[in-house]
Every structure is written in structure tokens, then in C-alpha cells.
Ligand binder design. Sequence first.
Ligand code: GDP
Length: 296
Amino acid sequence: MAFEGLSEKLNETFKRLRGKGRLTESDVKAGLREVRLALLEADVSYKVVKDFIAKVTDRCVGSDVLESLTPAQQIVKIVNQELTELMGGSNARIATASKGPTVVMMVGLQGAGKTTNCAKLAGLMRRQYGKRPLLVACDVYRPAAITQLQVVGQQLDIPVFEMGQGDPVQIAREALKYASDHGNDIVFLDTAGRLHIDEQLMDELKNIKESIHPHEILLVVDAMTGQDAVNAATAFDEALGIDGVLLTKLDGDARGGAALSIRAATGKPIKFVGTGEKLDMIELFHPERMASRILG
Ligand code: GDP
């Protein structure tokens, strides 16, 4: 699991604190120093860690210890609350259209898991909310991308709209018409990805955004890439403006830094997480559950 290393370290730290009847200020300091190290080792960015520790220290030093809690429990509680806050506080949902099909534009670098997760998310929407999704092949540069979307669509029995290698804006427009005619109430645009962010890609994505006005732009990033995922999120948000993040490959041995830094770096929430290659391995992101998992 992605957070094993981090949770183990924090657990050890807090176990040591729990063993004490009373905590001195230096206990608190030493404990938080270890939290700081564990977060840095999990590839959380330096600035995020610094701000986090400052906040937690402030609260630990300034707070009255609740009668029902030991000082150590109090620290764990504060760290837990602040981790939850760091990852976005309350749970975020995707925006939906008040009329006509909801349009979700999926963006991301090649290999992040965009195509697979278009299908996964469409499946989740059908399963959990009774939606009737349509997948749309807007990655017109790689014929393999269209085929791949068709394959995953078929596996989940979700229709795929494609027009080969045409103009992505035109394809999206036609797909919306198709969706209205066929009763599809949520449409996922699988857009082009590149290995690196470049201007041409951003121009194309901006063009789709301005022409189609998607209700939601979701960025797909790979948790395994750590700080690079955070950088991608920052770059996409600055160039295009995103509404949220789908963090994939959280099942791998990523150290979890991306999950902890993305919200702080971009102000945009993680909304979904991918937890495996299979097409049902996607979950809503729950910051409070993730915080508890990190703390063990
Ligand atoms: P794209 O280039 O961004 O469209 O990426 P793909 O959808 O082709 O995915 C790239 C690889 O990542 C594929 O082999 C997927 O099966 C894999 N993948 C996607 N999501 C996950 C996930 O949550 N966990 C794991 N382990 N693999 C994933």
C-alpha cells in the first residue's frame, strides 16, 4: 500500500509518545520532528511539510488537552485533522449539468492512466449513481488510443463515440449530439496526452475547453511519480484550469507524497483515486479516511 512506510514511521513515533504519562514540550517537538521526517521521506514537498508542521505545532502548543485524551492522543488527533485539511477537508464531488449531458473532460500526461480511468470513472458513475455514460475518443493522434478506449468501453459495456482522427472539438460536439439523442447523461472526453507538457497540447485542450465548456475538467496523474505528479498538476492548472484530480496507481509503492501535496500546491482537490489495473478499481477520495490510513 502506498502509505505503509509513512504510517509505520508515524506509528512508531506515536507509540513512543503514547507510552508516556505526560508529555513535555520537548516530547512534542521530538515527535513532530519525526512526523516532519516521515513526510519528507514520503516525498511531500518541503514547503508543504514546513507549513504543516508549523500549523500542528501551533495547535499542539496552544490547545487545552481534552480531559478524555492523553496528550499523545491529542497530538495524534491534531495531526489527523490537519492531514485531512491538507488533503482538502470535506469530500469533493464532480459538477453535474442542470440540463443536458454532463461533460467531463479528462486530461493528463501520457501513461498517467487517462484512458483506463475514463472507463473506470464512467463505470463508477453508472454503478453508484445509475448514470448512462458515453466515452468519447478525442485523442486523435494515436490510433492506438482510440482502440484502447474501445477495448475498455467494451469490457464494461459502455458505448464509445469516435470519428477516427478528426478535429477533437468537432468530435466532442458530435458526441454531445449523440449523447442527447441516445439518452447518455454523462460524457467523458478522453483527450490527447503527451510525454511532457507542451504548448501545442495546452492550446488544443484550451480550445476544447472554450468550445465545449465542460462541467468538470479532471486531471489524471500518476501517484508513483511523486513530486512530478504535483508539478504536472500545477502546470495543467495554471495553463488550463482544472477542477480536480484523479490520482492513479495508489496501489503501487508510491510514498504518498503526491496525495498530500496536490491540494496544497494547486488548491484543487483530489476527487478520485485509482487503486489497481482492473476496471472497477477506482474509489471516491476521502481525505479523512486517507489521513487515518496514513496514521494507522
Ligand atoms: P494514458 O496514456 O494516460 O491514457 O494511460 P493508460 O490508461 O493507457 O494507462 C497506463 C497504464 O497504467 C495501463 O497499463 C493501466 O492499466 C495502468 N493503470 C491505470 N490506472 C491504474 C491504477 O490505478 N493502478 C495501476 N496499478 N495501474 C493503473
